[in-house]
Write a protein that binds this ligand. Structure first.
Ligand SMILES: *[C@@H]1O[C@H](CO)[C@@H](O)[C@H](O)[C@H]1NC(C)=O
Length: 209
């Protein structure tokens, strides 16, 4: 793990075999799990101000209701329809540039960029604000190769046994450049400079007990 990263993130650059990777993932999950429980605990025990001082507009009864429930008021400026339409169109244009990429450059990517992407993902809402996820950034070539191997084997089972024939036929044109003779191939998993593995936290340990 790198000392320059916040504790909830880890890289496995220095790891050389899968058992070490497993340990690293486990440690990362445990560290984030503990931090997450603490954050969740603080969230529920928050002594965040509940007074009317948060009100931007004393006539805003919705806001008043939210303050009474101990929530923060969301402040925003109401825009004209023309401005809203311009903003919405701009956002649509941006979202419309999203693509599912299966061929990646091997060029390196600055870690700051990777971290910004992970932090953006972490802004996603989650039930009870528990944020039950751990992101593991993988750069080590052997680790990426191993992940590719595992993913390809699982996907092969999907194609051979789990998915309906009609579905396999439907996706055939999309994977045609990658799969040969019915063999699943995901070269991008070992070629892309980084893999970001998202792990589910299925349980946590309460550090206070
Ligand atoms: C919408 O556009 C206006 C004018 O450019 C800007 O001031 C405002 O912050 C934008 N609103 C949002 C939600 O982006």
């Amino acid at each position: 793990m790198s000392a320059s990263l916040p504790p909830q993130y880890s890289t496995i650059d220095s790891m050389s075999n899968t058992s070490k990777i497993g340990i690293c993932l486990g440690v990362a999950a445990a560290a984030v799990g503990a931090a997450g429980v603490f954050a969740a605990y603080k969230f529920f025990k928050s002594d965040r101000p509940r007074s009317g001082s948060l009100l931007a507009d004393p006539d805003n009864h919705l806001a008043e209701e939210e303050v009474l429930q101990g929530h923060e008021v969301f402040r925003h400026d109401r825009q004209t329809k023309a401005v809203m339409m311009a903003n919405a169109t701009k956002f649509l244009d941006l979202m419309n540039t999203r693509r599912s990429i299966r061929f990646y450059s091997k060029d390196d990517v600055p870690m700051d960029i990777i971290m910004a992407a992970v932090r953006t993902a972490c802004t996603a809402p989650s039930g009870a604000h528990l944020q039950p996820w751990t992101f593991v950034i993988v750069h080590n070539q052997k680790a990426k190769d191993k992940i590719r191997d595992v993913v390809e084997r699982e996907e092969q089972l999907n194609y051979d046994r789990r998915m309906r024939r009609s579905w396999v036929n439907d996706v055939a044109p999309m994977v045609g450049d990658l799969h040969r003779d019915g063999r699943v191939a995901k070269p991008y998993l070992s070629e892309a400079p980084y893999l970001i593995v998202m792990m589910k936290q299925s349980h946590r340990v309460d550090p206070t007990t």
